[in-house]
Structure formats: structure tokens, C-alpha cells
Design a protein around this ligand. Structure first.
Ligand code: MG
Ligand code: MG
Ligand code: MG
Length: 307
């Protein structure tokens, strides 16, 4: 009898992190394992919309794991973004599409591809294992691809993401453009969120080249309405910088219709952001034209400009 397999994505989960945990757990169960999907934080509005559309329950929250737990990580491989206790757990699998910061003591199943979404990799894993993709699983995978690629507008989007999304939309029975716009829009309403909640909807901490920093991102259809709250957002950012001892914090509001981002950058090393994008921060803000992807644009540009 195999151990139970805990399947989960990253903290401050996005749609890919939640749905890929569900989708991989479903695959592993079909292959005979005792697998359960978990979430590592509150499910955001966009993801709630996707789960509701495809009649799927939210996974339970996982607070920590220990050395007795068999785990599968999806949509991330960095312990700083994972569950408490992860460094002691038995990591059996990783399925991911991010830069790799990972070391193991035993051989493991590690599947990483430079595609736009974990779901795209999982689709191929279902095919390889000859496991059926029903309309619910297809809808969840499609939602993740739409979310991670911003409806194919992100530079992270590959031909495979588009082709697989098209196949999935047929199985799920939804029109990609119509459903995709509705789902993305569902995630942009931040009106009832506190400033702390806004900056923590989708924020990731990085620790590279002796620099500790955080990049937070929200999707928006109206940048002005986000920046009408600039001063309270800055207060929340300052507090994060102090509490976590960050060298800088970058908050990006990404205009999902025009594919630009307006940022707030604060901290001792915020000049790395100016160098990274060739901009001058004015009143702590700058407009980054054609920048929408943290993974492929924001993060690598910043990493290349840290001293
Ligand atoms: Mg993610
Ligand atoms: Mg992802
Ligand atoms: Mg993301």
C-alpha cells in the first residue's frame, strides 16, 4: 500500500497552482495512487470563477508537511514559495514551468518544460498515460492556461499552450475568448480588499545574489482605479519591507487588455528596477510597456541587474 500523496502548488495560489494540483491528483488516482490535492492559501476570485464554472470543490488547506509525507509539487519548485516543512518531506514529484532552484538527495520524478502553464505539461502527461480527460478536468486545465498566458498575450505563451488550449476548449465545451475574458475579469475586482490583501493576491519572494525582494502582481482592467489607492498600497508595501527585511518590493498592476504594467517600486535596492527596465521611478512609479510576465520579463530583467 502506497503512502498518501499530497499534491499542491505554491503559496498565494493562482489558478494554475490550484487547478494543476487537482488535475495531477486526479491523474495519480487514475494510476492507482492515493493522491489528494491541497491549497496553500486563499483561492483568488479568478480561480473561484473557474472552479464554479467547472463545478469543482476548492481543495482543503494544507498548513504544513513533515518527514512522513510524500508530496508532489506543481507550478513551483522553490521552498520559499511552498508549504512549511517542505525541506523535510519526501518530494516524489515536481511538475513545473519555472526556473529551477532545486536539489534532491534521491532520484525523483521531475518534469519541467519551458511552456506557458503547468496544465500544458499535465495535458501531455495524461496523454502519455492514456488517461481520459473529461470536460471538468479539461475546463480546469484550460482555465490555468488562460490565466498564466493572459489569454495568449504573455510572452511566456508557446505554440503548445495555444494548441492544447484549443483542444481543451472543445472537450470543456466553452468558447476560449468569451470564457477567458470573463474569467480574467473576475480576478480584477479588488475593491473590497485591504491594501495588505491587494499586494498579497499574487506575490512571490525571491532571494538571489544576496538580495531579498518580492514581486507582487495584480491583473487590472483599469490601472487608474488601482493607482487611486497608491498611498495606502505604499504603506502596506513599506510594512512588508520592514517585516521581511526586504531589499526592495515591486508591485505591478498589469493591464490585461492592453498588455502593459504600471509598477510601484520601493526599497534600498529599488534602483535595480530602474536599471532592469530602463525607466526612472517617479513618485515610486513607472510604466512598463509590453511587460506582463513576472517569470519571463520582470524577474530575469531584475536578476540581471542586481549588483
Ligand atoms: Mg503560479
Ligand atoms: Mg503556472
Ligand atoms: Mg502567475
Amino acid at each position: 500500500m502506497s503512502n498518501k500523496l499530497y499534491v499542491f502548488g505554491h503559496q498565494k495560489p493562482d489558478t494554475d497552482s490550484i487547478t494543476s494540483a487537482i488535475v495531477l491528483a486526479n491523474l495519480e488516482r487514475a494510476l492507482g495512487l492515493d493522491a489528494t490535492a491541497y491549497k496553500l492559501g486563499e483561492v483568488n476570485k479568478e480561480t473561484k470563477y473557474a472552479l464554479k464554472t467547472f463545478e469543482t470543490e476548492e481543495p482543503l488547506t494544507l498548513d504544513s508537511v513533515d518527514e512522513n509525507c510524500d508530496v508532489a509539487m506543481v507550478d513551483n519548485n522553490e521552498f520559499s514559495q511552498s508549504v512549511s516543512g517542505i525541506e523535510k518531506a519526501n518530494i516524489k514529484m515536481v511538475v513545473d514551468h519555472h526556473k529551477i532552484k532545486f536539489e534532491t538527495v534521491e532520484p525523483i520524478f521531475y518534469l519541467a518544460e519551458p511552456v506557458g502553464c503547468t496544465a500544458t505539461i499535465l495535458y501531455k502527461l495524461y496523454k502519455q498515460n492514456d488517461v481520459e480527460i473529461d470536460s471538468q478536468i479539461a475546463g480546469l486545465m484550460l482555465s490555468a492556461i488562460i490565466s498564466d498566458t493572459l489569454l495568449f498575450k504573455s510572452p511566456t505563451c508557446t505554440k503548445q499552450d495555444v494548441e492544447i488550449a484549443n483542444k481543451l476548449s472543445k472537450i470543456a465545451g466553452v468558447d476560449i475568448e468569451t470564457y477567458g475574458k470573463e474569467m480574467l475579469k473576475a480576478g480584477t475586482d479588488i475593491s473590497e480588499f485591504t491594501p495588505y490583501q491587494v499586494i498579497n493576491i499574487d506575490s512571490k519572494e525571491f532571494n538571489d545574489k544576496n538580495t531579498k525582494f518580492e514581486i507582487s502582481q495584480v491583473n487590472a482592467v483599469d490601472l487608474d482605479s488601482v493607482f487611486s489607492r497608491q498611498s495606502e498600497l505604499e504603506d502596506a508595501i513599506q510594512k512588508e519591507i520592514q517585516d521581511k527585511n526586504l531589499d526592495f518590493y515591486m508591485f505591478a498592476a498589469t493591464d490585461i487588455l492592453n498588455a502593459n504594467s504600471k509598477i510601484i517600486a520601493i526599497g534600498n535596492k529599488a534602483n535595480a528596477v530602474e536599471k532592469a527596465f530602463g525607466v526612472n521611478l517617479e513618485n515610486n512609479t513607472a510604466m512598463l510597456n509590453n511587460v506582463v510576465s513576472r517569470k519571463k520579463q520582470m524577474l530575469p530583467n531584475i536578476l540581471n541587474n542586481l549588483d
